[in-house]
Ligand binder design. Sequence first.
Ligand code: SAH
Length: 378
Amino acid sequence: MWVFSNEIDTAATPLIALAPGALARLHSHRDAFMGYMYVNPHALICGRILSRDVAQPVDARLLERRLRGALALRDRLIPAPYYRWVFGESDQLPGLVLDRYGDVVVGQIATAGMDALKEEVTAAVRRVLDPVTLFWKNDSGARELEGLPKVAEAAFGEVPALLRAREGTLTFSVPPLTSQKTGWFYDQTGNRARLGRYVSPGARVLDVCSYAGGWAVTALSQGAGSARCVDSSQAALECAEVNAEANGVKIDVTRADAFDALRALAESGERYDIVILDPPAFIKRKKDIPQGQAAYRKLNQLALGVLAEEGLLVSCSCSYHLGAGELEAAIQAAARHTGRFVQILEAGGQSLDHPVHPAIPETRYLKAFFCRVTREVG
Ligand code: SAH
């Protein structure tokens, strides 16, 4: 679905003749039609294909079809209207993310081409779902690469003071304007449900990089006895406390850098039966790989330092540039360094509402390893 700028015969079709976001037809060197795409002559990925059917150009009908198809898939698989409705390339809508919070849809546009289609997408959202509110939260870092400004604005309806997300029987609220990403991390929904079988009654849980308390509150609802959330954001922790209360459980919070907090907890002798590591992407670009790998190794090592004699480590990474094998290697290096023995019991990925496009490895980004950790003996 992607066309790189060095794949274009710029003598025949100079890219600079095209405006960022313009629609174009893609032809092979033998002049065979390959697809309808939008372009950005200033980006490395200079074209993204939306349709391969010569009879179906990029128009209102195409957008509506794509949105309907994506919605039908989620509605079939997910019992309540809280999910990622559109996951970009994986739903053949490159550069577009739509997350659904019941009657409220929060959207993010990452490319000039999708930005140029914003009004058409808005109209299609109205025709397909007609939610009360569509809020464009266009503040992602990817926009800079495409020469787009960061703006947050309602396309229609009012932006509520709180967005509500549901996972099973639990409800979580986050303020839409100051939240991370669109508000909620639906990509972890499946993994949080997976945690249930590992939570023994009364377990002590540490939720590192907790954001609004998704993992901690889930673990408590699954039978854990206590949970502490660690995050560097005061706003995130306040949200986590509200979310705990709303679900009838109680959490403790520590506002600190994750690395510092883990060191301090280890020193004070605190031990946990379950430690969840769900940090932000330490590796955003290829050039960050060496430092990023070291950071994952260090964080996992520090986590093992606060795990009980026998415990569960849930180690996640949302960095596409850190492969599953590399996260396993980071976990193993951490184990060797601390004299612990690790068994990976289960590996989770992103939830069903984040499908993977088999031609675009970047669409598979989330890893979650459920690891039993014991002492290395013998
Ligand atoms: N676990 C969350 C998602 C985590 S997003 C969930 O399931 O919903 C990453 C979180 O890490 C953000 O809330 C961010 O504030 C926090 N964070 C980023 N850098 C951090 C650091 N150095 N120490 C602690 N928290 C950090």
